[in-house]
Design a protein around this ligand. Structure first.
Ligand SMILES: Nc1ncnc2c1ncn2[C@@H]1O[C@H](COP(=O)(O)OP(=O)(O)OP(=O)(O)O)[C@@H](O)[C@H]1O
Ligand SMILES: [Mg+2]
Length: 267
């Protein structure tokens, strides 16, 4: 998919929050993203068009490790039921994902969360491969800056040649903001989302730290561009700070938090 096509997909997708697209082509494919901040369910149709998504705030999964199994399963069950009602069909199966680098035994817990919620896990994929399944970039780095961690995949000639993940993401930005302005973490999170432009200068060192992590994960490879996805890069100027630090062009997708969740559905 070209960058403009990906942006058009994401603009379409963002309008489908709890609001199914009309005239979708059967069968639908579902994805469940067990994130650190939220659990997201997505659906695409047979033509790979975005059809539906919904989310619940949930802190039952931390960096791919299921810390509160029953809560995670209850959230998935509630999301699957709401999706079934909205789309007027049963959700028999879905794909789900884990951050690259999570040991296999931990990743399997993601599968069990779905199955405990009555949804068969048709595929268990890492989050960066999921993002690439949607974006299909030919050369560059796919970088998912989530709430808890930053995942990096290097793509050469359309193939992922390296995959990794390191701690650091949106939650760390909240800590910086809370410290700088004397706010609670919750208030810092709200300010970051609602008044990002006003706090982006304070967050610059936080994005430089994220850029440093991206650079270390890319290692000795040369990348043409960095493709930024995940909710944390929605802060204004995030892509510019990362690009300047790395000396590589960086592109932050609009609705960047939807790339991995919809990528899971197309995986
Ligand atoms: N509009 C916004 N402006 C600034 N930050 C945002 C915005 N929307 C989301 N975020 C931040 O993005 C982060 C969550 O991103 P995302 O949904 O990609 O993470 P996740 O998948 O739950 O976490 P992870 O992938 O680390 O498990 C949070 O830190 C949140 O504060
Ligand atoms: Mg994520």
């Amino acid at each position: 998919m070209s960058q403009p096509e990906a942006c058009a997909f994401l603009a379409d997708a963002s309008a489908r929050l709890r609001s199914p697209a009309a005239g979708w082509l059967s069968p639908l494919s579902f994805g469940v993203d067990l994130g650190t901040a939220t659990i997201v369910i997505t659906a695409v149709d047979a033509a790979r068009r975005p059809v539906y998504w919904n989310f619940l705030p949930c802190e039952a999964v931390r960096d791919g490790v299921v810390v509160k199994f029953a809560e995670a399963a209850a959230a998935v069950r509630a999301l699957a039921r709401a999706a079934a009602d909205a789309l007027d069909l049963e959700i028999a199966e879905a794909a789900t994902a884990y951050p690259p680098g999570v040991p296999e035994a931990e990743a399997r817990a993601c599968r069990y969360v779905l199955e405990n919620a009555g949804v068969t896990c048709r595929r268990l994929v890492d989050e960066v491969s999921a993002a690439q399944a949607l974006l299909r970039i030919s050369d560059g780095a796919v970088v998912d800056v989530g709430g808890g961690s930053t995942g990096v995949g290097v793509v050469e000639h359309g193939e992922l040649v390296s995959l990794s993940d390191a701690p650091g993401g949106g939650h760390h930005l909240d800590l910086i903001l809370a410290g700088a302005l004397g706010l609670s973490i919750e208030e810092a999170e709200r300010r970051k989302r609602e008044d990002g432009a006003a706090v982006s200068a304070i967050l610059k060192p936080g994005f430089e730290r994220i850029a440093n992590s991206i650079g270390r994960q890319i290692g000795a490879r040369t990348v043409r561009a960095v493709h930024l996805v995940g909710g944390a890069v929605r802060v204004p100027n995030a892509a510019q700070v990362i690009s300047h630090y790395l000396g590589v062009s960086a592109f932050g997708y609009p609705h960047s938090e939807l790339v991995t969740p919809f990528g899971i559905a197309v995986s």
